[in-house]
Design a protein around this ligand. Structure first.
Ligand SMILES: Nc1ncnc2c1ncn2[C@@H]1O[C@H](COP(=O)(O)OP(=O)(O)OP(=O)(O)O)[C@@H](O)[C@H]1O
Ligand SMILES: [Mg+2]
Length: 501
């Protein structure tokens, strides 16, 4: 009977890429009507395993059984036709087309008796899926005009529209707001009640414990364990993932903030966003957090300081001198760097290798006369690979063959190497595993020790409390307050965050 419950079984899956054994004898058993979380550090092989299932990669060895029958999908179309759908970590959508085109691409409904596409039918079919999932999007909206979170919802609707039995969600919530996550979880629960099996990949421990029935953990391309979620704690998951005890999530604070102010921001107001009359100062060596709800203007604050958005008013003073920062280029010259939250979308030169991607923003420092010194670039890249434990066979590997989280680390390293005086970080650990988060926190602490100042936006309150010296709280585009990170609570911050909502 138990056997009947099995929807999908993957056994002894192996997959190698040049220089990497990405999967080594991995197994996974998905039961009907359950949510199965797949966890592991960046580069553990989660996405690769799912791509082997979905026919994007071809496994070197092993067997896949769907409802007891061995399957070996040659491509994703075949997987979809057989009831297996996947929402990818990197969205790959036709941005110039509208929502319904994206959902039905390659299987448009036809006007009966003709080869013509029935737009009317397509609209109705889309609305049916959206109503079922309570998704509030007009099927005729052009994809590029929607925020990433909405696009992600469309992708999920698309997966559901194939009437799939198995749905793989690879880090679906990395760009969703809290409300959207709740919505997604309602959809997942509904699918589970209908008997689907859902494979859920995420680095967010709380989400995993909330939504999943079982958890499979991988490490370095190997299968480690499968456990019922009820029997797992965060600490246990971390131990299984990392392979060692991790008693501290955060390195000790160094509190390097000097008395001297490095930057003063006064009455900063944006031309095209809700950011309004924000004033604060930043000390040399200080780590300043920025808290607030989604849409409270945190990203806009960083973008305005960095010259990536148009300012309506306000001044920025650095070392006592007014700076304009009208463009990012000017800001970089003034000693600023911004690591954006959509790093993967905005920061990666996919045809270049890791070394090139790492040094590209600090090329000047490797120049000798007109020549770039390869040795120096190699050393700089090696230091970043080492500091953040970037998992790659070599510096010459193309960045696009790295796992999602490792790509993020490369971009992070790129900006560290520009030696900025003021480093602006937007969600620096999004999509990054627990072990690597620690490395990044340490990197931030070390920068502050060298007298660099950091402004860090994060939606993870424990991270702000665990890393920062001081925290600004934004609400409705305004500054709602400022707290000492060592003498505040999540409650106090939440209260401030709701001040102007
Ligand atoms: N197309 C490819 N070419 C070469 N190597 C690859 C390719 N795809 C994945 N790899 C390698 O396989 C390993 C596993 O990567 P994978 O993307 O499966 O990790 P992941 O567990 O999904 O990590 P993350 O949490 O960062 O998304 C990594 O070392 C990665 O560099
Ligand atoms: Mg992945």
């Amino acid at each position: 009977m138990v056997q009947d419950n099995v929807l999908l079984r993957m056994e002894g899956i192996c997959k190698s890429f040049p220089g990497v054994k990405a999967l080594d004898n991995v197994q996974l058993t998905l039961r009907r009507g359950t949510v199965h979380a797949l966890m592991g550090e960046n580069g553990a092989g989660k996405s690769t395993l799912m791509k082997c299932l979905f026919g994007i990669y071809h496994k070197d060895d092993g067997h896949i059984y769907l409802e007891g029958n061995e399957v070996n999908f040659k491509n994703s179309r075949e997987a979809l036709d057989n009831g297996v759908a996947m929402v990818h970590q990197e969205l790959n959508q036709a941005l110039k087309r509208n929502v319904m085109d994206n959902i039905w691409l390659g299987r448009y409904p036809k006007i009966p008796g003709t080869p013509l596409v029935s737009e009317k039918q397509m609209y109705a079919d889309t609305m049916k899926v959206f109503n079922d999932l309570k998704i509030d999007v007009d099927p005729k909206t052009v994809m590029s005009t929607m925020p990433v979170s909405k696009r992600q919802m469309v992708e999920i609707a698309k997966a559901v529209s194939f009437n799939s039995k198995v749905i793989v969600l690879d880090e679906p919530t990395s760009s969703l707001t809290e409300e959207e996550v709740d919505h997604l979880f309602r959809i997942i629960n509904m699918l589970r009640d209908r008997g689907c099996g859902i494979i859920y990949i995420s680095h967010k421990m709380d989400e995993i414990l909330r939504i999943s029935d079982e958890v499979t953990i991988m490490r370095d391309g190997q299968y480690i364990a499968t456990r019922p979620s009820k029997e797992l704690t965060k600490e246990e998951i971390i131990r299984l993932m990392v392979g060692r005890e991790m008693t501290n999530q955060f390195p000790p604070k160094l509190h390097c903030g000097a008395d001297e102010n490095i930057m003063t921001v006064e009455h900063l107001t944006a031309a095209y966003s809700l950011l309004n009359d924000v004033s604060f100062s930043l000390k040399k060596g200080e780590i300043l957090g920025v808290a607030g709800l989604d849409g409270s203007g945190r990203t806009e604050l960083l973008e305005n300081i960095f010259g990536a958005a148009t300012r309506k008013g306000g001044t920025i003073t650095v070392h006592g001198k007014t700076v304009k920062n009208s463009t990012p280029k000017e800001a970089i010259r003034n000693g600023f760097a911004l690591v954006t939250e959509e790093r993967r979308a905005t920061g990666i030169f996919s045809i270049l290798d890791i070394r090139e991607n790492t040094v590209i923003s600090s090329l000047k420092s490797y120049l000798s006369g007109f020549l770039l010194q390869n040795k120096k670039m190699e050393q700089a890249t090696a230091s970043m690979i080492d500091a953040m434990r970037i998992k790659t066979p070599s510096q010459k590997t193309k960045i696009q063959s790295l796992s999602g989280g490792n790509q993020q680390k490369v971009i992070f390293g790129r900006w560290i190497l520009t030696q900025p005086d003021i480093l602006l970080l937007d969600e620096p650990t999004r999509g990054i595993d627990v072990g690597a988060k620690y490395e990044i926190y340490q990197l931030i602490q070390n920068l502050s020790k060298e007298g660099k100042s950091v402004v860090m936006v994060s939606s993870e309150m424990p991270e702000l409390l665990g890393v920062c010296d001081r925290i600004l709280v934004m609400s409705g585009g305004r500054l709602a307050g400022e707290v000492d990170a060592d003498h505040t609570s999540q409650e106090e911050i939440m209260t401030l965050a709701a001040k102007y909502v």
